[in-house]
Write a protein that binds this ligand. Structure first.
Ligand code: CAA
Length: 389
């Protein structure tokens, strides 16, 4: 049975910061961010936009009444949970009007969570071939003002409908994972922002890629030449490029190398404008590639490298379905122009606004007319608003 991604949605907040403005404010040479990280812009969310509202909006893009009836599992991968106990997917399930007899869970392992969710979804469909699973990868990456990671922040969500006979990508059965107990990036419960050992984390990312890829090739007998594209976890786009370059050996076929590089650059189009969305960034790379490539064809094979600090990584692969191009939004990039550009001081105020509740646990926010928004907190309960059917 073929199982994989049937539909794809993306939601980003309506605000962004130009990375050149950040460079000026932080007294850095803009080329450090533009060329050193390959970053152009960063998506900025107000306090009324969280992983619930972004996740629901990403799925709302494609959900039909039939999907709402057939989905029996909603999985969210995130490390920006809104509650230590209740899963964000329970809120999303309600906001989207999905039938009640469904399982809703949240998976966390830094930027790897959604990839575990993808395999979880695939296993569920193998057992229940007529089920649909809604998989959401949503995160808001905040390192804090004047931190080393500040230029790599971002906010957004990818949503995928996983089912049999998918219209976009068929998942293969060749996943290889690796786990290393390391402290490269972590966020203790008492801290609003992560701690990161930046250069150590990039070294671990690259080493995990190299060793997991070697194991993948050893177990499957495959090589780079078997793939048309390689999508990477993109904490910042330059790291993915370093990863791809590290896989080329001196005997690589020139044409294969050029194709992989061309497709890599297409895969970072959205990340360059959005920034890191942690567990969603690998899937942001995939959708950027599929929506903007003019050369990919049905049956092309794509390899994926998922990396979550801490660390767990996975290499897996997929094959493009016959009508994939008709099932993705090739005009999405045009909608990026509708976003509102913020000044650095507006970004600092908006992105780092903290929620303070009164003695009764209440708090209200300025109205937000997005499809879904956090309207208020009442007696410590988050109340969401739906501005659509
Ligand atoms: N022109 C062109 N390039 C320039 C430049 C200029 N004027 N100035 C600097 N550069 C280049 C540097 O040479 C460097 O490139 P190379 O790595 O290829 O040498 C690049 O710009 C960045 O410069 P620095 O290394 O000096 O930057 P930094 O030390 O201030 O910050 C970082 C880099 C540590 C990665 C920081 O961005 C960071 O902490 N990021 C967050 C952590 C992260 O993303 N880790 C990735 C792996 S962990 C993971 O994947 C999980 C996750 O999502 C967080």
């Amino acid at each position: 049975m073929n199982i994989g991604i049937d539909k794809f949605g993306l939601a980003i907040p309506e605000y962004f910061l130009d990375i050149r403005d950040l460079a000026v404010a932080r007294n850095e040479n803009a080329n450090k961010f533009l060329k050193g990280l390959l970053q152009l812009e960063m998506s900025v969310s107000p306090v009324t936009q969280d992983i619930v509202t972004l996740g629901a909006a990403a799925a709302h893009e494609f959900l039909t009444e039939e999907d709402r009836k057939k989905i029996d599992m909603v999985i969210i991968g995130t490390e920006t949970g809104v509650d230590q106990s209740k899963s964000a997917s329970v809120f999303i399930h309600n906001l989207l009007g999905i039938q009640p007899f469904a399982r809703c869970v949240e998976i966390k392992e830094a930027c790897y969570g959604a990839t575990a969710g993808l395999d979880f979804a695939k296993n569920h469909i193998e057992k229940n071939p007529d089920s649909y699973v809604l998989l959401i990868a949503a995160d808001i990456a905040k390192y804090g003002i004047e931190t080393s990671g500040e230029s790599t922040q971002g906010s957004g969500s990818c949503a995928m409908l996983i089912k049999k006979d998918p219209e976009i990508l068929i998942l293969n059965n060749d996943n290889i994972c690796q786990t290393r107990d390391i402290m490269d990036f972590w966020r203790p419960n008492y801290s609003a922002y992560p701690y990161v050992d930046g250069h150590f984390s990039t070294k671990q990312y690259l080493e995990c890629l190299e060793t997991t890829w070697a194991e993948y090739c050893r177990r499957t007998g495959k090589k780079l030449e078997d793939f048309t594209a390689f999508c990477f976890h993109l904490p910042f786009p330059k790291l993915g490029l370093k990863g791809l370059n590290s896989l080329f050996d001196k005997n690589i076929n020139r044409e294969v190398k050029d194709t992989l590089l061309e497709n890599f650059h297409t895969s970072i189009t959205y990340s360059r404008r959005i920034g890191n969305i942690y567990t969603g960034s690998l899937y942001l790379g995939l959708i950027s590639l599929l929506e903007n490539s003019e050369t990919l064809k049905p049956d092309d094979n794509i390899a994926f490298f998922s990396y979550g600090s801490g660390a767990v990584c996975e290499i897996f692969t997929g094959t493009l379905a016959k009508n994939f191009k008709e099932n993705v939004n090739s005009h999405r990039l045009e909608t990026f122009q509708n976003r509102k550009k913020l000044s650095v001081s507006e970004y600092e105020k908006m992105f780092f606004e903290e929620i303070t509740v009164d003695e009764e646990g209440n708090c209200s926010f300025n109205p937000d007319e997005s499809l879904f928004s956090l309207e208020r907190i009442e007696n410590h309960k988050r109340i969401y608003k739906k501005n659509c059917k």
